[in-house]
Design a protein around this ligand. Structure first.
Ligand code: FAD
Length: 388
């Protein structure tokens, strides 16, 4: 197995200590919006402490360089030891993926204006791709939002849905279609031309701002705020896709490690029928299965991270990993709830929250079935190639 660098071990240890000592006590903090998500006030307070502890945006070094994906896996998993950890450490979605994309594709001017406040933890961002009304979803090619040139501006029109954090974000990355193909734009938020129609209550609620449905009505964006080239939007989405997908696996693995610690503690203390629960084979086996699933998830993440570190887009590997890890984490979260009996479904611990979050994770960044479908297409392609 690839050995972790000393710097990753050191950063990971600092992040873990911060999350366990400083962030975990915030888990019972009542500052939540009406959808149950942590308020910006709460997040900013935790970020201030992370900054002071030297663990804010720990995966991006002071010189602007990014840790390798393998190193990132270690650090982001530690930040995920609490559902609030990624918010406190600025390793959360969608900001982490947006920072990665801007760092790789943004011009120096766009980086200075839009990336810097994100890295410094002074703004949050949103990524606008999915659409209501039969537009882009599992199939992004169905995109209906349009952009057209008018003088030295692009004019964007359309509707978007499930846009995490759009409500309250300061930076937006919007995808729209021009005659040349898909395009990506950097925009300041809020903007009167972007109207939030609705933020539904969802099963998950760890992300500030929730997941908004909104209307973009004649939004005028200066031409120099296009990310890269017109028509290349899907290519840039691919650059973001695998690392962003993998980083969800990293953070939620951390959360499941902690949920499993809580369930293990319960099973070792609580007695039924004359012995502690863990001594009942039904419970002991659930924890043993968690142990196996946790290790398999970790190994898949490290394998995919190593592939990305070779410079590969890792599309196939990240699809395989996203399916394997999200499904394994769902099993783990479910067993943790079960081991803890009634307590498992209450908000006394993070276990029920982790269960709800992982349920949503099986859908975003590609539902399990869509990944399997694209893997099956690859299997067929590869088979065909052997028939020539
Ligand atoms: C919590 C959350 C946060 C999100 N955040 C964002 C965000 O910030 N920005 C953004 O742009 N989007 C975001 N999304 C949207 C997300 O990317 C989409 O929900 C996802 O791509 C699926 O699209 P859809 O919801 O339109 O499902 P649909 O396309 O309607 O698909 C529904 C179901 O059909 C099945 N299916 C679809 N295609 C196939 C296939 N080829 N083979 C087999 N089965 C298939 C799958 O089971 C799938 O779950 C978020 C979603 C959620 C739930």
């Amino acid at each position: 197995m690839t050995k972790l660098s000393q710097r990753a071990l050191e950063i990971g240890a600092k992040v873990e200590a911060f999350v366990r000592e400083t962030v975990v006590p915030y888990e019972q903090d009542p500052r939540r919006d009406h959808h149950g998500a942590p308020t910006d006030e709460l997040v900013d307070e935790m970020k201030m402490k992370a900054r002071a502890a030297g663990v804010l945006t720990p995966h991006i070094l002071p010189d602007g360089s990014h840790l390798t994906q393998l190193e990132t896996a270690h650090v982001l998993q530690k930040s995920g030891l609490s559902p609030l950890g990624p918010l406190a450490c600025n390793t959360t979605a969608p900001d982490e993926g947006n920072m990665y994309l801007l760092g790789h594709v943004g011009s120096p001017e766009l980086k200075e204006r839009f990336l810097r406040p994100l890295v410094e933890g002074n703004a949050r961002s949103a990524f606008f791709m999915t659409e209501p009304d039969g537009g882009a979803g599992s199939d992004p090619a169905m995109m209906k939002t349009t952009c057209r040139m008018d003088g030295n501006h692009w004019v964007i029109n359309g509707r978007k849905t499930f846009i995490t954090g759009a409500d309250g974000a300061k930076v937006g990355i919007i995808m729209a279609k021009a005659d040349e193909g898909a395009c990506m734009f950097l925009v300041d938020l809020p903007d009167p031309a972007i109207r939030i129609d609705h933020v539904p209550n969802t099963i998950d609620n760890s992300m500030p701002g929730g997941h908004a449905t909104l209307t973009i009505d004649n939004l005028r964006v200066p031409a120099d705020q296009m990310l890269g080239e017109a028509g290349e939007g899907f290519k840039y989405a691919q650059i973001r896709l695998s690392p962003a997908r993998l980083s969800h696996c990293m953070r939620w693995l951390g959360c499941c490690v902690r949920a499993n610690e809580i369930a293990t503690d319960y099973a070792n203390r609580r007695e039924a029928f004359g012995k502690v629960l863990i001594d009942h084979e039904g419970v002991g086996f659930m924890l043993a299965e968690n142990m196996i699933d946790l290790k398999q998830a970790e190994l898949m993440i490290d394998w995919c991270a190593s592939v990305l570190d070779t410079g590969s887009l890792g599309t196939v590997e990240s699809s395989m990993t996203k399916v394997a890890v999200s499904e394994a984490l769902m099993r783990i979260a479910d067993r943790c709830v079960q081991v803890m009996g009634g307590l498992g479904v209450t908000d006394t611990t993070i276990v029920e929250r982790v269960f709800r979050e992982i349920r949503a994770f099986r859908i975003y960044d590609g539902p399990t079935e869509v990944h399997k479908w694209s893997l099956a297409k690859k299997i067929k392609r590869d088979w065909k190639a052997t028939q020539i």
